[in-house]
Design a protein around this ligand. Structure first.
Ligand SMILES: Cc1cc2nc3c(=O)[nH]c(=O)nc-3n(C[C@H](O)[C@H](O)[C@H](O)COP(=O)(O)OP(=O)(O)OC[C@H]3O[C@@H](n4cnc5c(N)ncnc54)[C@H](O)[C@@H]3O)c2cc1C
Length: 495
């Protein structure tokens, strides 16, 4: 069968689109295969807030990415800076120094240039005032190295990607599931697919797999993440069932990274089994650093203030999953309600409120009331109230003499109204995946590149272990997707 394409990209999320754009700009004829129907397309990328992490050296750099920043915004905002060194340190620290240094180097050093490339392609960005800045003495202050989001969030990002792709002559075949790679024992030369009841095969000298991890596959979750993970809710796309990883392993690719690890957060207890595009990421509940979390036994089980939320939220979903009946209540008092993120004000929410702690205890479904009240009493007595509260930095306002401690942002729960939100574990994406080289070519188990096969996005292993700095998923997809598209086009057209 003659190849009518130079590059086949599997998937239509952020990583896949970045690969397709880069291959197209190098002159390749590109087709994208997207398993989901168009109405549900876009993968996890579409469920995001569009928050994207990259290194920048101050507001002048930000102006290159957001030329619409107004003088007023600049005058009233402390955007700070987020250096490459800080990005490196964050990746190393949160992954307990396991992250593959070569991959991290590419991710960090290319992050700003990739933002400029995305902007030049036509993706728009805006400052993330709502979630990543606090107003202090009349001035906004950004915190946690995460400053920018795609215009229109994840849905805006994916819609714009698709517009740009179509405008540049990239063909997108929706409702088309890649089922395997065409492989002659040495090189990959195409993709087998299924579209409804039609089975077919497409040929091209280069294939980019960018079709997500195995988070939506209960069997693989249980097999690799461990028992209990079949009980997690899936935050995003129901289509990321590990197909890309499986088809690459089937042609000899090497497994790499933290196969028993994943990104998982506190997610509304009554959220549906898979993500709901109408709600997006708002089932998450990420303001726990300003309150406490208790389990069915009425006990705290993590240090809610161990670090800024960007550096703890992705691992605390697992902690919730480990609790009896896989749930926790996040509890806040009137002093901090104004700090709660927008996702605490949606309609689809599992919430209890009360004028007294005793009344609240009676409303915390599934919780030992007396134990809860005792936990709050001990916690309140342990707060070091002499230290100043500051939500924009690790303020050191911790507890003394209780376990687990709360290391920052501790406030006694003493001011009505009291509010509580029930969460379970929502899995975002899996960390284990394929091994790639610095050009994103997939390596086999002899560590040799598999000719014709490239990978980007969630299914690349080796970047994240145990934890993850918020906003890095989109950046990883963008950096490695762009590289994959360019590498695939080079080898394909060069033939
Ligand atoms: C609720 C939520 C919020 C998030 N918020 C953020 C955030 O603000 N910032 C951030 O950086 N990250 C965020 N993430 C993580 C982020 O979504 C991912 O890291 C990133 O989008 C992954 O991009 P990707 O292109 O690799 O995968 P995806 O965007 O998931 O794309 C995978 C694509 O492959 C398709 N596919 C799957 N199997 C096949 C097959 N067999 N054949 C053809 N197509 C197939 C899927 O339909 C999909 O289109 C969030 C995730 C979720 C779920």
């Amino acid at each position: 069968m003659a190849a009518s394409y130079d590059v086949i990209v599997i998937g239509a999320g952020n990583a896949a689109f970045c690969a397709a754009h880069a291959a197209r700009e190098a002159g390749a004829r590109v087709v994208m295969l997207e398993r989901a129907p168009e109405a549900e397309s876009g993968g996890n990328s579409r469920f995001t807030a569009g928050a994207i992490r990259f290194a920048y050296d101050g507001v002048e750099d930000l102006k290159e990415i957001m030329p619409d920043l107004t003088d007023q915004e600049i005058a009233t905002t402390d955007f700070g800076r987020y250096t490459e060194d800080q990005f490196f340190d964050d990746m190393a620290r949160v992954t307990q120094y396991r992250a593959d240094p070569d991959l991290v180097d590419i991710l960090v050093r290319r992050s700003f240039d990739t933002m400029k490339w995305l902007r030049a392609k036509g993706i728009r960005f805006v400052p993330m005032y709502g979630r990543q800045a606090f107003k202090i003495d009349g001035r906004f202050k950004f915190w946690g190295g995460l400053t920018v989001e795609a215009w229109g969030g994840g849905p805006g990002l994916v819609a714009r990607h698709a517009e740009i792709a179509k405008a540049h002559g990239i063909e997108i075949r929706y409702g088309t599931r890649a089922t395997g790679l065409v492989h002659d024992g040495v090189e990959v030369s195409g993709v087998r697919y299924r579209r409804g009841t039609d089975l077919g095969e497409l040929r091209a000298p280069a294939v980019v797999v960018a079709c997500g991890g195995f988070e939506a596959n209960a069997e693989m979750r249980t097999r690799y993440l461990g028992p209990g993970w079949e009980l997690a809710k899936v935050r995003g796309s129901r289509f990321n069932t590990g197909d890309g990883i499986a088809m690459a392993l089937a042609v000899g690719a090497m497994a790499h990274g933290n196969w028993s690890g994943c990104h998982a957060v506190g997610w509304d207890r009554n959220a549906p089994e898979f993500g709901d595009l109408a709600v997006g990421d708002a089932f998450q509940k990420h303001s726990y650093p300003f309150g406490i979390m208790v389990n069915a036994r009425g006990e705290r089980f993590v240090d809610e203030g161990a670090d800024l939320r960007n550096y703890t939220y992705a691992k605390y979903g697992h902690e919730v999953l480990k609790q009896p009946q896989q749930f926790a209540w996040q509890v806040f008092d009137g002093k901090v309600l104004h700090l709660l993120r927008d996702e605490y004000r949606i309609r689809q929410i599992t919430k209890a409120s009360a004028a007294t702690l005793e009344e609240l205890a009676g409303k915390l479904e599934g919780v030992d009331q007396n134990a809860f009240l005792e936990t709050v009493r001990a916690y309140n007595a342990a707060v070091q109230t002499e230290v100043l509260f500051d939500p924009t930095v690790k303020d050191g306002r911790g507890t003394k003499g209780i376990a687990p401690p709360k290391s920052n942002w501790a406030n006694p729960l003493d001011t009505p109204p009291f509010e509580a939100y029930q969460v379970t574990c929502g899995i975002t994406f899996t960390f284990g995946g394929l091994r790639i080289d610095e050009g994103t070519q997939v390596l086999d188990t002899d560590l040799q590149p598999i000719p014709g096969l490239y990978a980007a996005g969630e299914l690349v292993g080796g970047l994240f272990y145990f934890n993850y700095p918020g906003g890095t998923g989109l950046m990883s997809g963008a950096v490695f997707g762009r590289l994959a598209g360019a590498s695939a086009a080079l080898v394909s057209i060069g033939r």
